[in-house]
Design a protein. Structure first.
Length: 339
């Protein structure tokens, strides 16, 4: 992993006199060392096809895994996508043997806008939450950038959400207890879906679960400079992801808030938000700012900044004390929201 040794170097790069990176949690360091040996966080647009073909760093759950010893009935459905676009694939996991309508966590996977599917990118943890809550999980698979730039991915996610609500009775879901959530790029898309639902008079959402969300295409926060070359997803990787989604518009004046929610000028009228992020990751400052702006607009947000956490630490090192605390905080918020 590269080092940022002085505040002067950060200032010269445009960060405005930012100090050295905050320390990583000691329990997380072995995972970072292993990643550094594998080449660190750097990649380019040209590498995307090879990354997609490579074996996943995390086990991809099978349908049988998702059934969790019979606790869930698991189906995959192709549902209508946006007008003129292909159908959208939904992975639907419903508690077995339950007759009353259940809450639903509508989940959007991570992957930097370029990678992943509806079984990965945080879906396993979301299913664990669903089991604890007696809820259903609906995980959406959206078209990926750069082959499908904005607005394709977010419109896929919104189309899947509207279909889920329209078919709530068929699926035995309670549309009044519907939470949209996601991790990383999926967290950014979840925030964008919440904005779309508000602005289009769409489905009512009980909350939005935004886990280390990717929100700001400008890539110019102090933490983005501070963590350059460090962790799982650094400033260079972030530039690649946003360029894949937005092309030459990335960082310019005309980016839609439905692509990059940090661009939204009005954060009022949104459902309660849970936002968490590590102190030692690129997205720290944009996520903190988003929570602050929700409060400034009179909204409800719960913010957690996990000291020493890197991007995606709960998935990479699930047995670390900080990871267990972070996942427990998510579940506590969900349980309180659905009570």
């Amino acid at each position: 992993m590269a080092e940022i040794s002085t505040a002067e170097e950060s200032a010269e790069s445009g960060a405005g006199g930012v100090g050295p990176p905050p320390p990583f949690d000691p329990e997380l360091l072995p995972a970072l060392s292993a990643m550094a040996e594998a080449g660190g966080p750097g990649f380019t647009l040209e590498m995307i096809p090879a990354i997609r073909r490579a074996p996943s760093a995390f086990p991809v759950p099978t349908i049988e895994d998702l059934r969790r010893d019979g606790k869930f009935d698991v189906t995959e459905r192709l549902v209508p996508g946006p007008v003129g676009a292909p159908d959208v694939s939904l992975l639907i996991c419903r508690p077995t043997g339950v007759t009353a309508p259940v809450p639903c966590l509508y989940f959007i996977h991570g992957g930097g806008m370029m990678l992943g599917d509806n079984r990965g990118g945080g879906a396993a943890t979301a299913l664990e939450h669903a089991e604890s809550l007696g809820a259903a999980l609906v995980s959406v698979e959206y078209r990926l950038a750069p082959e499908t730039p904005h607005p394709g991915p977010v419109e896929d996610c919104y189309a899947g959400l509207t279909w889920t609500v329209e078919h709530a009775e068929e699926l035995n879901l309670d549309p009044g207890r519907l939470i949209v959530g996601g991790a990383s790029a999926g967290g950014g898309l979840a925030a964008a879906v919440a904005l779309l639902a508000r602005d289009r008079g769409g489905p009512g959402l009980r909350g939005q679960l935004l886990l280390c969300p990717m929100l700001d295409d400008r890539n110019d926060t102090p933490s983005s400079y501070q963590m350059a070359g460090l962790g799982i997803w650094d400033r260079g990787a972030n530039e690649v992801g946003w360029t894949a989604l937005l092309g030459d518009a990335r960082g310019g004046p005309d980016v839609s808030p439905y692509a990059a929610p940090a661009r939204a000028t009005d954060l009022s009228g949104l459902p309660p938000a849970f936002i968490d992020v590590g102190s030692a990751e690129t997205f720290r400052d944009e996520d903190v700012a988003y929570a602050s702006r929700i409060w400034q607009a009179g909204g409800d947000a719960e913010l957690h900044v996990w000291p020493g956490g890197f991007h995606g630490f709960t998935g990479m090192v699930p047995d670390a004390a900080i990871s267990k605390a972070a996942v427990a905080a998510q579940l506590t918020w969900l349980r309180r929201l659905l009570a």
